[in-house]
Design a protein around this ligand. Structure first.
Ligand code: HEM
Length: 243
């Protein structure tokens, strides 16, 4: 690439950057412990071991869910590039911009964007949707599996056998629960664990695409995509499309 005068632009505000890296840490933790839960049977983990794994997973899950909630709220009040109007893959000129962006990329004369480029918007919107699905399904499972908030106490109340103090209902203990109510609760749980399980694999795929796309764009178009998520500043060799 010939000699370019790189210009520095302030793009990612601090809450967006903190969200990004805290989310990375949480997702790595959740994937690692989640995979151990998935293989718990194969690994011969005891019930106490499973409870410990799920508890660790749920604590990561709480940080993950709160971090995500703050980010979703911040999309209504952050700087221009943190907002929904810069994330969601629709709106005025979106379709046209996507076409010209792909054409420019193909002609090796890439366009530059300060915020998410039109292709990036598709990936980021899909990631937010999948992260939200994992958070919501996970919070229900925290209640059905280890009776943790926000729904744990309500579920203990629901399944405790007559005369049993609901607070004594514990994971993997079935002699103090009402069998019919327990069966109903597991039926309610089933779509949430199925969603959590399959969305996990979609998330893995999106994470690989996200990292691959960032590395590809960094190499192909130059600039400073990765460091910008630390410093907040993007260095661009040319006038951006969304200045
Ligand atoms: C990126 C986010 C997340 C990932 C990648 C993830 C991944 C996983 C995986 C792979 C499993 C094993 C699934 C199975 O056994 O079929 C699992 C189970 C579970 N997850 Fe998550 N999870 C995430 C978020 C959460 C959150 C936010 C919570 C709650 C606050 C949560 C609570 C649970 C619980 C209680 C289980 C046990 C369900 C079972 O018996 O398998 N997860 N998760």
């Amino acid at each position: 690439m010939g000699h370019h005068n790189f210009q520095s632009y302030r793009v990612w505000d601090l809450p967006t950057r903190v969200f990004h890296w805290l989310n990375v840490i949480c997702v790595i933790g959740l994937i690692a412990v989640g995979t151990a839960i998935l293989w718990a049977g194969t690994l011969g983990v005891t019930n106490d071991g499973k409870i410990l794994l799920k508890t660790i997973h749920v604590y990561f899950g709480y940080v993950f869910a709160v971090n995500l909630l703050i980010r979703l709220i911040w999309a209504f009040m952050g700087n221009r590039y943190a907002r929904w109007s810069s994330i969601l893959p629709f709106g005025k000129d979106y379709g046209k911009n996507l076409k010209t962006y792909i054409a420019a990329e193909k002609s090796c004369n890439p366009e530059y964007y300060l915020g998410h480029n039109p292709k990036g918007r598709l990936a980021v919107a899909a990631l937010f949707l999948v992260l939200l699905t994992m958070a919501c399904s996970g919070l229900v499972l925290a209640g059905t599996d280890i009776y943790y908030p926000p729904f744990g106490a309500m579920i203990q109340e629901w399944i405790a056998a007559t005369g049993v103090n609901p607070a004594e209902v514990a994971p993997y203990i079935k002699d103090n629960v009402d069998a019919a109510a327990y069966k109903e609760m597991r039926a309610l749980r089933s779509p949430f664990i199925t969603t959590h399980y399959w969305t996990f694999f979609i998330l893995l795929g999106l994470v690989i695409i996200h990292i691959g796309a960032v590395i590809y764009t960094e190499i192909k178009a130059g600039g400073s995509l990765i460091s910008a998520m630390f410093t907040g500043k993007k260095l661009l060799p040319r006038e951006p499309e969304d200045k």
